[in-house]
Design a protein. Structure first.
Length: 481
């Protein structure tokens, strides 16, 4: 398939003041990219092409072909899949996951720092409430797709305690099957062909592909310097017509761990009102903050609820990732639109899980704070170890990740995918290559703080042996950290 025709908007022309004429998205993309404003426009063609340039053809994932074409059954009957599936690029973590699986099957003790999957359990009181609620025969039927009212009331209570925000449980809160479910369905509710969404770069993949699956195009802006993100956002809004319909922000940011203060949202709201775009704030890591930092909420800023919604989750701080409990809160019309879509997709969450989630929100604040302190200790262990190896490290103020720049000479010799494969093959340590989060992530690794302190120290030792580095080297702390 010709990805340039599929992705870059070659047939869709828009007037651009920046180009001073009607242009295709490809032409606008080239102008803005050359000016350093954004990474790509109109889907993920540039993202995929960047990966292909950094990876030898033999290194492309063979076990997950892509794009997926029409398939045939054994009888020869053709199965033509939808265009939206044809447009999805190959799964670029496939080779790493395949090797991880093979090594574990062979008996290797691989330390997996690749996926942000919490390894600690929820509190006993929450598990016990789940078991008790599951024994109640009244809890096994369909539930309201918006979530039971008492759970929404508890979410409103948490927002007031944590951010000083008063939300209406009836109209401004909806329960989702995880924040990813909420984000994906929200894109279906708000976006369609001809629309454009601004997404963060480096990119948490669902922030890009949920937009694309909704039929819209993406503009990717670097978020590692939030002030520059805002100025570039204003520039894009001034020079692209029609203007972006939705802007997605994610602070604390996955994967880079970038954080912001409340004044960022003040300016974002001002821009949203000036240029008439909607805001989706993914606040998944609000409960995992360090060193006294507290993540601000879009909804706590005057006017925030006028222009956007916020997605939160119980996966991280509450260790309930597999339970799939998330929330979308804020602008009542955006919440209503999401509820309309969800009505056609699901019958709500298992009531016993919702009852247990109420208990978690009501009674485990201290445990959530303790879990954040545990992640901070793990952060310190991992960062200190990598600093001793001479890696340039910026210690994160939030999230359950360390975003580490690949040290020399390897950064000049190989891609982040190749370096991640080297660590997996030779050190038995699995990490996420930064290139998997888009071209803006190349040259970095994301390491998840999901193992205990002993295992993290062991991971550092194994990385040091793999790279032939002595652990007696002086720390390479980055200025200002």
């Amino acid at each position: 398939m010709d990805f340039s025709k599929t992705w870059n908007g070659s047939s869709l022309r828009r007037y651009s003041p920046f180009c001073r004429r009607f242009c295709t998205l490809k032409e606008i993309n080239q102008k803005l990219t050359h000016s350093g404003i954004c990474t790509y426009i109109g889907g993920s063609a540039a993202l995929l092409e960047g990966h292909r340039k950094r990876m030898h053809e033999k290194d492309l994932p063979k076990e997950v072909p892509g794009p997926i074409g029409p398939t045939e059954t054994r009888s020869g009957f053709s199965i033509p899949v939808a265009d939206r599936v044809l447009r999805l690029p190959p799964y670029l973590f496939a080779r790493i996951n395949k090797l991880l699986y093979e090594k574990r099957r062979a008996g290797a003790d691989v330390i997996d720092l690749g996926m942000g999957n919490p390894s600690d359990p929820p509190q006993d009181i929450v598990i016990e409430k789940l078991a008790a609620a599951a024994r109640d025969p009244d809890n096994h039927g369909y539930t309201e797709s918006r979530g039971i009212l008492n759970l929404r009331r508890e979410v409103a209570s948490k927002y007031f305690k944590q951010f000083g925000v008063r939300l209406d449980p009836e109209s401004e809160i909806i329960v989702c099957l995880g924040s990813k479910d909420g984000f994906s369905h929200l894109c279906l509710a708000l976006l369609g062909p001809g629309d454009t969404a601004v997404v963060p770069a480096p990119s948490y993949p669902p922030h890009v592909y949920a937009v694309i699956l909704a039929g819209a195009s993406t503009i990717s802006l670097d978020v590692t310097k939030p002030d520059e993100f805002l100025s570039r956002l204003a520039f894009v809004c001034q020079n692209l017509f029609p203007r972006p319909k939705v802007v997605v922000v994610n602070f604390p940011h996955n994967p880079t761990t970038t954080v912001v203060e409340a004044d960022f949202y003040h300016e974002l709201v001002r821009l949203a009102k000036r240029y008439s775009f909607l805001v989706i704030s993914d606040l998944a890591y609000a409960d995992v903050t360090f060193d006294g930092y507290r993540a601000p909420s879009l909804l706590a800023v005057p006017g925030g609820r006028d222009v956007g919604v916020e997605l939160t989750t119980m996966s991280k701080g509450y260790n309930m990732a597999g339970w799939r409990v998330g929330f979308c809160c804020g602008n009542a019309e955006m919440v209503r639109a999401l509820a309309t879509v969800k009505t056609y997709y699901d019958y709500g969450m298992f009531r016993a899980i919702q009852v247990a989630a109420i208990v978690a929100l009501r009674h485990t604040d201290a445990a959530v704070e303790a879990q954040a302190r545990e992640y901070q200790r793990r952060r310190d262990v991992l960062c200190e170890g990598l600093e001793r190896l001479g890696w340039p490290i910026v210690r994160p103020k939030a999230t359950m990740f360390v975003w580490a720049k690949i040290p020399e000479p390897w950064a000049s010799q190989m891609s982040s995918f190749d370096f991640a494969m080297k660590l997996l093959k030779e050190a038995d340590v699995a990490v996420s290559p930064g290139g998997g989060f888009g071209a803006a992530g190349e040259g970095y690794l994301r390491l998840a703080l999901v193992e205990n302190e002993h295992r993290l120290r062991q991971a550092v030792r194994q990385i040091g042996r793999c790279l032939g580095q002595a652990q007696s080297q002086p720390p390479a702390r980055v200025a200002g950290t």
